[in-house]
Design a protein around this ligand. Structure first.
Ligand code: AMP
Ligand code: ZN
Length: 132
């Protein structure tokens, strides 16, 4: 499979490894959107959250928590964002499941905007659609 993260996992291409065990690996994201930007991914190829097996995901999220705490402490971050993109429409560019850990600093330039659409949205309609 022509997957860049599988190649990283198989050590066919280099990466900066932050953490590794039998099931998961964490590497520094090349883009460094913020200082210490890290990706945590399963070693087995799953495209996205819909596909990843539950036990692997449970282990992976524990590692995400441990690394979030470690990065916050060691890099003196002021906060942490945890982000996972699924599908192109959501900004996924590498189709091997991964979670971004983004250390945040008071004056960093990362832009995550939640526009308020509450005036145009009927919450009961949304709820009915989800639960119908
Ligand atoms: P996403 O848009 O959620 O699929 O994120 C993919 C991320 O992978 C981007 O933030 C890229 O900077 C990062 N990336 C792509 N290739 C590499 C690589 N060879 N080593 C480290 N990070 C990479
Ligand atoms: Zn892969």
């Amino acid at each position: 499979m022509n997957c860049i993260f599988c190649k990283i996992i198989n050590k066919e291409i280099p990466s900066k490894i932050v953490y590794e065990d039998d099931l998961v690996i964490a590497i520094l994201d090349l883009s460094q959107a913020t200082y210490g930007h890290t990706l945590v991914m399963p070693k087995k190829h799953y495209a996205n959250i819909y596909e990843i097996d539950d036990d692997t995901l449970a282990h992976l999220i524990k590692i995400v928590k441990e690394l979030a705490i470690k990065l916050k402490n060691k890099l003196h971050a002021d906060g942490i964002n945890i982000l996972n993109n699924n599908d192109e429409a959501a900004g996924q560019t590498v189709m091997h499941y991964h979670i971004h850990i983004l250390p945040r600093y008071k004056n960093d330039d990362l832009n995550i905007n939640f526009t308020d659409h509450s005036k145009d949205t009927n919450l009961d309609d949304v709820l009915n659609k989800i639960n119908s």
